[in-house]
Design a protein around this ligand. Structure first.
Ligand SMILES: Nc1ncnc2c1ncn2[C@@H]1O[C@H](COP(=O)(O)OP(=O)(O)OP(=O)(O)O)[C@@H](O)[C@H]1O
Ligand SMILES: [Mg+2]
Length: 461
């Protein structure tokens, strides 16, 4: 037995809260209908695939099928059903407190629970979609935010998040009461959405903004889980810096301590200088809206390049530039020891009608950690495979050249990019050696693996 469910989707694109449409979920499918008023505005909608221009006022329907009960852009507002997911645990704890009940094992991984989480944390998160149970809740949420206030972490927040983070629980009640329901952020690393002074981190924090708030900038605060990933904050900063030096757009960021825990505050790329959401969507959400994907690495880089050209839905405006970007990103990831450039670590933002890959996020050199030590989470250029007509497996260098071809690059362009990025990353090993908080074993692994990649890429062919 199940009950159909209804919710409303609002957005603050262009500044003012506006209802976008109605969401309806049956036991078989999810359905969404744009409001006529919203269609008049000619604004982006649920996502690049489920865009108003393709559907107008016709109801969009999608079969519920693992892993998506909902439209991918909406599903991505719900933290995944992993037991150790920080955001999901936070939301569950909040529900427990609010409803004075216990969740059983079956509850925790059920769609009913997903839905409850969506109702409390499906607004004010990453991106431009705000989901609410009904219009009244939405209007109240937008209209009754407490005046924005920046507080010193040490004085007013009387909870020890540090203990909470080192798994778990004792102070969570206080945390929830202090911070309230937190908007959802995906991914494996514990993080909070907050706001800080426009001039940068100075130890004061506020809740994420809900309207234009002069002098305040929205950030993602990522914590270091020192036991699992020692030194990851320093590594992520180094990777951000290397990307900046290599010519990529990187948001501002500040290393900091939050109640004694190392953390990094990163400016949100999905908000403009008026704290207004920009339309943004991960590649996972975009692709899964059109084709069947089982998880966020269930694809090939070459197919992304192909989709950029051939997809019936345009998801980047400058396709040539986007394919070149993709090639450079994968190369940079390999040169800086990040094998984790999956579909949720690539996003498209739409700014003044121009769709392009967002600023860099999550470039952490994960190969430093044994459990993530892989060259690449998704295949490219048939590396290590033996395609028809081949007698040997494809080498790294050949695979890179083949992927470059998928990205529309000539041999000369490819050679130039490789040479340039090798040059831009030449002091990577030396800089890794100098890091203070990364254990020697992890440094050694990272240096060894990235040196091996450099060597293979520098080989003549
Ligand atoms: N600066 C940012 N601005 C806006 N959104 C961001 C930013 N950084 C991260 N995000 C969003 O939050 C999600 C999770 O963040 P991030 O990828 O940095 O963390 P993660 O937990 O390390 O992820 P993973 O599971 O890939 O390791 C991203 O997929 C992205 O949608
Ligand atoms: Mg990520």
């Amino acid at each position: 037995m199940s009950t159909d469910r209804e919710a409303v989707v609002w957005t603050r694109l262009r500044g003012q809260p506006k209802r976008m449409g109605r969401l309806y979920v049956t036991d078989q499918e999810c359905r969404f209908t744009y409001d006529d008023d919203y269609l008049q505005l000619s604004q982006p909608g649920l996502g690049l695939v489920y865009a108003p221009e393709f559907y107008g006022s016709s109801t969009i329907s999608r079969q519920r099928r693992e892993p998506f009960d909902l439209f991918p852009p909406i599903q991505s507002l719900i933290p995944p059903r992993q037991r150790d997911n920080f955001q999901r645990n936070l939301a569950l704890k909040y529900l427990q407190l609010k409803q004075d009940r216990k969740f059983t094992q079956t509850d925790i991984a059920s769609f009913d629970t997903d839905w409850e989480i969506l109702m409390i944390s499906g607004h004010g998160g990453i991106g431009h979609l705000d989901v609410f149970a009904d219009d009244e809740t939405a209007e109240h949420w937008y209209g009754h935010a407490l005046p924005h206030e920046l507080k010193e972490i040490s004085d007013d927040l009387s909870f020890s998040l540090k203990q909470f983070m080192t798994w778990f629980e004792e102070d969570i009640d206080v945390f929830i009461r202090t911070v309230g329901p937190t908007p959802s952020v995906g991914g494996a690393i514990p993080k909070l959405l907050l706001s800080i002074p426009e001039s940068g981190w100075d130890g004061r924090i506020g809740l994420p903004t809900r309207k234009k708030t002069p002098g305040v900038v929205d950030i993602v605060l990522k914590f270091e889980q020192t036991t699992r990933y020692p030194g990851i904050i320093e590594l992520e900063m180094l990777a951000l810096e290397m990307h900046r030096e290599a010519g990529f757009e990187v948001p501002r960021y500040w290393p900091c301590f939050f109640k004694g825990m190392p953390a990094i505050a990163i400016e949100r790329f999905d908000r403009d200088h008026n704290n207004t959401p920009l339309c943004s969507e991960t590649l996972y959400s975009i692709l899964a809206s059109g084709i069947r994907l089982n998880n966020h690495y269930d694809y090939r880089y070459d197919l992304i390049a192909q989709a950029i050209d051939l997809s019936p839905v345009e998801f980047v405006s400058d396709t040539i530039e986007a394919k070149k970007y993709l090639f450079k990103r994968l190369l940079m990831a390999m040169l800086t020891g990040n094998g984790d450039l999956h579909l949720e670590n690539l996003s498209v933002t739409c700014c003044n009608g121009v769709k392009a890959f967002s600023k860099i996020y999550d470039p952490a050199p994960m190969r430093a950690y044994a459990q993530h030590d892989m060259l690449s989470v998704m295949p490219f250029g048939e590396y290590g495979e033996m395609p028809d007509g081949y007698e040997e497996t494809i080498t790294l260098k050949d695979a890179v050249m083949r992927f470059a071809k998928s990205c529309g690059l000539t041999k000369t362009e490819t050679a130039d990019i490789i040479e340039q990025l090798i040059l831009k990353t030449q002091d990577f090993s030396a800089r890794v050696s100098e890091l203070k908080t990364v254990p020697d074993e992890n440094k050694r692994r990272l240096i060894e693996k990235t040196q091996a990649v450099r060597k293979k890429l520098q080989q003549q062919w």
